[in-house]
Design a protein around this ligand. Structure first.
Ligand SMILES: [Mn+2]
Length: 326
């Protein structure tokens, strides 16, 4: 970590009385874990942080301490905001459509997405730490800020969900060391696992079954993909947030190098999630379609030509797989 950059960020965040903390749209465990982990830590220091994310909290993460603090995006940032912080958000746009018209620039970006261009005044982007909560943990250590059990629970949640329970490439000795320290500070791994992995709603499970039936294998069974049609939500009663984690199913099949999930959205668009077991850089594939993420997990959003674009993405995957074999 660049210590002088870290110190600048610590000074600016530490001096703020009314920081606004945001994360990306379609928030996941690392998004909620980051914003709440930072909010708890700053409240402990006497600040009054405000926490915003598009759509507010989702039911799966209501167990996080302080989840009641999370608010849906406002029309504009509160006028008393003295520091605008974006966490776990790889592009300015991903903070949400509503935020695009905000005139206030982003002061601090803290992230771990390799594709993040750095759209804040100060940008702490560390791609070899596998979750934004892990980056925050390092920052808090440097700042010598107290991490409460509530903060530790939030930070651990981001670390376990973004590493697929410490399974993905990128899980290093340092990651496990961070996890151990968070457990010492009060995070309960089995309770967090129960909330994150063993509390699937019936609607979410029904959606999962519909999606599983669409499984298609190609490229000598090295590529596998799933499809979500717009009517799957009405059929299952699930919400769009319930797609989180479904892709793990396809990437988990033996021999599959790239797993993908194509969601045809009601407005004619296409949302793509890509997972790699490590040989293929899916961030490179996603980037060629205007998306991004990490080498082993990336995403793309396209607003039109869904069917045609799906074929183009599948072709790009085929090409990457054939390059592997040659
Ligand atoms: Mn993340």
């Amino acid at each position: 970590m660049d210590l002088s950059l870290a110190q600048k960020i610590i000074a600016q965040i530490g001096a703020a009385k009314h920081p606004a903390i945001l994360a990306h749209l379609r928030p996941d465990g690392d998004a909620f874990g980051s914003i709440l982990g930072l909010a708890h830590t700053l409240r402990e220091r006497g600040a009054q942080p405000q926490v915003f994310v598009e759509g507010g909290i989702i039911s799966m993460y209501q167990f996080l301490p302080g989840s009641e603090l999370v608010q849906d995006l406002p029309a504009s940032l509160p006028s008393n905001t003295d520091c605008f912080i974006a966490l776990d958000t790889s592009t300015r746009e991903r903070l949400g459509q509503k935020t695009i018209s905000w005139s206030r620039p982003v002061d601090i970006v803290i992230d771990h997405h390799i594709s993040n261009p750095g759209y804040g005044k100060h940008n702490l982007i560390i791609a070899d730490i596998p979750s934004t909560t892990g980056v925050l943990f390092e920052l808090f250590q440097i700042a010598k800020w107290k991490i409460t059990p509530a903060a530790a629970t939030c930070l651990f949640t981001g670390l376990t969900t973004d590493t697929g329970s410490f399974r993905y490439r990128g899980t290093s000795a340092q990651t496990l060391h961070t996890a151990a320290k968070l457990v010492e500070l009060g995070a309960d791994p089995s309770e967090i696992a129960k909330q994150c992995y063993l509390s699937i709603t019936h609607e979410r499970h029904a959606l999962k079954r519909l999606v599983s039936n669409t499984l298609t294998l190609k490229d000598n069974n090295k590529s596998a993909f799933l499809t979500i049609s717009p009517d799957f939500y009405a059929k299952s009663g699930a919400k769009s947030e319930d797609t989180e984690g479904i892709i793990e199913e396809v990437a988990s099949i033996q021999g599959v190098e790239v797993g993908s999930l194509f969601e045809f959205t009601g407005d004619g668009g296409l949302r793509v999630s890509l997972r790699s077991k490590g040989k293929i850089d899916v961030n490179a594939i996603a980037s060629s379609f205007g998306g991004g993420g990490h080498k082993a997990a990336a995403g793309i959003r396209l607003s039109k030509d869904a069917e045609k674009n799906r074929q183009l993405v599948l072709d790009a995957i085929s090409k990457a797989i054939s390059n592997l074999q040659s």
